[in-house]
Design a protein around this ligand. Structure first.
Ligand code: ARG
Length: 469
């Protein structure tokens, strides 16, 4: 960024002294909001077209403005645009260079608008793109989860509650749980877009504008679904951005929980899965180490995005109507939340693409802790034993298994019959891991058959773009 021969500020008229250099640096936002350039220019072109349509701008001025802005955008995209801190933000940088290039027509662009509605519009246009990017990253990760679920639909895995072995499940079912978490994240982001996609332009500084503007036309040109109804509200509230970041924070919270599970699963005592070497890192002192740093960092980065959400909420809560400069501080948390969430989703999809299951380890762990005890109780219930009595009987059987150092499913038929005479040879069908998972055979259950049906439904939902932008 340069400021050797700064052009005059667009608001210099009222001032007798140049801005203090520290204030200039302190108040600038162009270092961040230059990221909005494309969206700002798109908004300006639509505004100019509307002004010409209602007769406020001549067709010649409109054409000069549109051509000038298109040229500026091309320069920005080619990295050939000189950003100036003295011009504070993307909006004044673009307008100032436009006037340098096309003369008086450039000075007419700002008719009937203010930087307040201009900035609020740019952030909304940018957010539409950010939401689409994140939705795409979520879909890609969901696709990876479905492939793993398909491959591991029959793979027996320990289901935990309290991190204690609880009941056997299938690994495919576990992957589908992650899929559902992400499906809601995509849904939430799509829902936030409804409130993002309303147009503030026309609100001007805070009260509207005396020109005969056609807001509906500008909105159509920009693909907004509707107008912000109140000018004071339109230039000041950033609740739509807070909703978006809240969606990011929830998605990151989900990724963090998944990361936590991966970190456990790759550790030697669990040893359930392997991740590709390219997605892990080593230790500078312990040569044997292969660490799941990517998963740990995703878990760590969730803290940042949760912080971004907090920053935006606190930024908003003390502001009186209408626009206050505080709102300029929305950029850092907003960009950080979007970038971090997108990165984490992408890295997670790449890493999971290399996940290999150690099925024997999973199976062994699923047997630990008498995880089919509930199945034995359900078996007794099917033979008319009241559930509470069945619970008691199985509890005693488990105690025997514990005392003799065996798993419940290793007790002999005679031993089991000593606890309840209704037990017969078919009991082992439910005491096995496969029998246990296959028995949970209803939509939402862990039976391999249900996992396959759920995958088919999930593929249809993904194809139909449910939860996507
Ligand atoms: N740089 C400002 C921002 O990022 C643009 C709007 C400023 N408006 C104003 N009246 N100072 O929010």
């Amino acid at each position: 960024m340069s400021d050797d021969h700064p052009p005059a500020k667009l608001w210099a008229g009222r001032f007798t002294e140049p801005t203090n250099a520290l204030v200039e640096r302190f108040t600038e936002s162009v270092s961040l909001d230059q990221r909005f350039a494309k969206h700002d220019i798109r908004g300006s072109i639509a505004h100019a077209r509307m002004l010409a349509e209602v007769g406020v701008l001549s067709a010649d001025d409109r054409d000069a403005i549109v051509r000038g802005l298109e040229g500026i955008l091309a320069d920005i995209e080619a990295g050939a645009f000189e950003w100036r801190v003295s011009l504070e933000d993307v909006h004044m940088n673009v307008e100032s260079v436009l006037t340098e290039r096309i003369g008086d027509a450039g000075k007419r662009l700002h008719t009937g608008r203010s930087r307040n509605d201009q900035a609020a519009t740019a952030v909304r246009l940018w957010l539409r793109d950010a939401i689409a990017d994140i939705a795409e990253a979520i879909r890609a990760l969901q696709g990876v989860l479905l492939s793993i679920a398909e491959r591991e639909a029959d793979t027996v895995f320990p289901g935990f509650t309290h991190l204690q072995p609880a009941q056997p499940i299938t690994f495919g079912h576990h992957m589908l749980a992650w899929f559902e978490m992400l499906a809601r994240d995509a849904e939430r982001l799509a829902e936030s877009r409804v409130r993002v996609n309303r147009m503030p332009l026309g609100s001007a500084a805070l009260a509207g504008t005396p020109y005969p503007i056609d807001r509906a036309l500008t909105a159509r040109l920009l693909g907004f679904d509707g107008l912000c109804e109140n000018s004071l509200d339109a230039v000041s509230d950033r609740d739509f951005a807070i909703e978006f970041v809240s969606g990011c924070a929830l998605a990151m919270t989900h990724l963090s929980r998944m990361s936590e599970e991966l970190v456990l699963w790759v550790s030697a005592p669990f040893g359930f899965v392997e991740l590709g070497d390219a997605w892990c890192t080593g230790s500078s002192i312990m040569p044997q180490k292969k660490n799941p740093d990517v998963a740990e960092l995703v878990r760590g980065k969730s803290a940042r995005v949760i912080g971004d959400l907090n920053a935006l909420l606190v930024l908003m809560k003390g502001q009186p109507l209408a626009y206050n400069r505080d709102n300029q501080e929305d950029k850092a948390p907003l960009f950080d939340a979007a970038d971090t969430t997108t990165d984490c989703l992408r890295v997670f999809a790449g890493m999971l693409g290399t996940l290999q299951c150690r099925r024997e380890r999973m199976r062994e762990a699923a047997r630990l802790g008498h995880t089919t005890a509930t199945d034995l109780a359900d078996y007794l219930v099917r033979r008319a034993v009241p559930f509470r009595d069945a619970h008691e009987v199985v509890g005693r059987a488990v105690r025997t298994a514990v005392e003799t150092g065996r798993d419940l499913s290793d007790l002999t038929l005679d031993e089991l019959r000593a606890f309840s005479p209704v037990i017969e040879g078919d009991v082992f069908e439910v005491l096995t891991l496969e029998g246990s998972v296959a028995a949970r055979n209803h939509p939402g259950g862990t039976a391999p058959e249900q996992v396959r049906a759920a995958i088919a439904r999930a593929r249809e939902r993904l194809g139909a773009g449910v939860g996507a932008d």
